[in-house]
Design a protein around this ligand. Structure first.
Ligand code: NAI
Ligand code: MG
Length: 479
């Protein structure tokens, strides 16, 4: 007999969402000059949660002006005081962690288990970590003079809304910059809640500004002449557009773009652990992960065994209400993203790959996609080359380590990779040759604020996390 799980929904009682949100500029919520608002929904139910201001050129000007006005006092504050503000933000995030986790799940569709155990704790950890650096810049970059850049324009995506905000804002403030951040159009609510976190932490007005809107707002923000630094996470297409737009200006730029990571399983690996790592690699956050292990490379002799274990494991994944504490796979973030996943999966079938999907009931409302695995994939297939950004795994095989490296590197991207083997020397040999910013060994999708993250090739440039992430917000001079 099989057991059914009783529903275990997290309460939404501690979350209060306003009917409309203005723009957070200069420490206050203000009405947008545009007068325009767009609805934001819960992708698991399609229920409207709120109406969100859409910033136009005048609004972008106001936000950049507020950040500029705050720069001088903020950057000349004694560094230990800046650190105290960051510690306070971290503490407030911890205190409000349950509320922020529920809000993140309601607006983005990710399982509460993930927002509660990963997104929100890691967001707090980033503020704690960079708070620790704020008064130690001369130790981080010994012998060099470190100055903040000025006003940072930060545009972030919808897959880890609060966490990406933390990756951007924490190092920027620690280094003495002020910021204007634009969250993604589908997931503005935790960024707007973060505005109230800043109020609670007593952040001086204008140091953090949050403006909402679609791609046009982001495009205006990154091009603004009074912005000194641009930090973007999102699609490679938009990353290239931004790079072109600000070429020749004095703006500093970091880009964190797409990926098509190889998760490489050698036959000698602990296969049950590897299967957990494969599942975590591609089904974590519905596969809406830039460093997702979306290409599984299995050593030929272990292929049948790995596939049998993987299919069995797929059958135990629970898809449904993201607020349910037992849910593994939540909702797809938006209808547009679901359309993209559907169309790429169709090309996979058309190009001759074999599709396996776990049998599971999809809810009637909302946006859903079942955990899916393609076998018989060749390197030229679009599903082996393009980022699907959904719960879809493409499986290829290899015989030798050399072949694994060649296949792993055969993509325009280079953000992350995973290696599963019992042989330590093989891990090091592989890590030397994989053109990826992060190589995980016998694990996948592990994040730590002290560890730098970023890409090779079309996955972007610049690093976030660690002292490297701090240097992206500093002008370093001297020997
Ligand atoms: P996107 O790159 O268009 O959106 C990311 C952010 O950039 C959002 O805040 C958006 O408003 C903003 N934006 C859009 N156009 C802009 C422009 N011209 N100038 C400045 N900012 C702009 O990504 P989208 O359309 O949501 O997703 C498309 C695909 O991109 C996904 O299917 C996925 O493959 C990839 N993607 C990768 C992410 C990553 O973490 N590397 C995150 C999100 C998407
Ligand atoms: Mg787009």
């Amino acid at each position: 007999m099989t057991w059914d799980y009783a529903p275990a929904p997290e309460s939404t009682a501690m979350v209060s969402i306003d009917n409309t949100y203005g723009l957070y500029i200069g420490g206050d919520f203000v009405d947008p000059a545009s007068g325009e608002y767009v609805k934001t929904i819960n992708p698991a139910t399609e229920e409207v949660l709120s109406a969100i201001a859409q910033a136009d050129a005048t609004d972008v000007d106001r936000a950049v002006e507020a950040a500029r006005a705050a720069f001088e006092p903020w950057s000349t504050l004694p560094a230990p005081d800046r650190a105290k503000y960051l510690f306070r933000i971290a503490r407030v995030i911890q205190e409000r962690s349950r509320e922020l986790a529920v809000l993140e799940t309601m607006n983005g569709g990710k399982p509460i288990r993930e927002s509660r155990d990963i997104d929100v704790p890691l967001a707090a950890a980033h503020f704690f970590y960079y708070a620790g650096w704020a008064d130690k810049l001369e130790y981080a970059f010994a012998g060099r003079r470190a100055e903040p850049l000025g006003v940072a324009a930060q545009v972030i995506p919808w897959n880890f809304p609060l966490l990406m905000l933390a990756w951007k804002i924490a190092p920027a403030l620690a280094a003495g910059n002020t910021v204007v951040l634009k969250p993604a159009e589908t997931t503005p609510l935790t960024a707007l809640a973060f505005a109230s976190v800043c109020d609670q932490a007593g952040i001086p007005p204008g140091v953090v500004n949050i403006i909402t809107g679609a791609g046009e707002t982001g495009a205006m923000l990154v091009r603004h002449p009074d912005v000194d630094k641009v930090a973007f996470t999102g699609s490679t297409e938009v990353g290239k557009d931004i790079q072109r737009a600000i070429a020749g200006s004095a703006k500093h730029l970091t880009l964190e773009l797409g990926g098509k990571a190889a998760n490489i399983v050698f036959a000698d690996a602990a296969l049950d652990q590897a299967v957990e790592g494969i599942v975590n690699g591609i089904f974590f956050n519905q596969g809406h992960v830039c460093c997702a292990g979306s290409r599984l490379l299995v050593q030929e002799s272990a292929f049948e065994q790995v596939m049998a274990k993987l299919k069995r494991r797929l059958g135990t994944l629970r898809l449904g209400d993201p607020l349910d504490k037992n849910t593994d796979i939540g909702a797809i973030n938006s209808r547009a993203q679901l359309d993209k996943i559907n169309s790429l999966v169709e090309t996979g079938v058309d190009e001759g790959a074999e599709l396996y999907q776990a049998s599971c009931d999809l809810p009637d409302r909302g946006f859903w996609f079942p955990p899916s695995v393609f076998t018989g994939v060749s390197q030229s297939h679009r599903i082996a080359q393009e980022e699907i950004f959904g719960p879809v795994l493409s499986v290829l095989t290899f015989r030798t380590p050399e072949e694994a490296v060649e296949k792993a590197n055969n993509t325009p991207y280079g953000l992350s990779a995973g290696v599963w083997t019992e042989k330590g020397s093989l891990i090091l040999w592989m890590a030397d040759r994989l053109r990826a910013g992060v190589v995980w060994a016998n694990t996948f999708n592990r994040f730590d604020p002290a560890s730098a993250f970023g890409g090779y090739k079309e996955s972007g440039f610049g690093r976030e996390g660690g002292p490297q992430g701090l240097s992206a917000y500093l002008r370093l001079t001297g020997p």
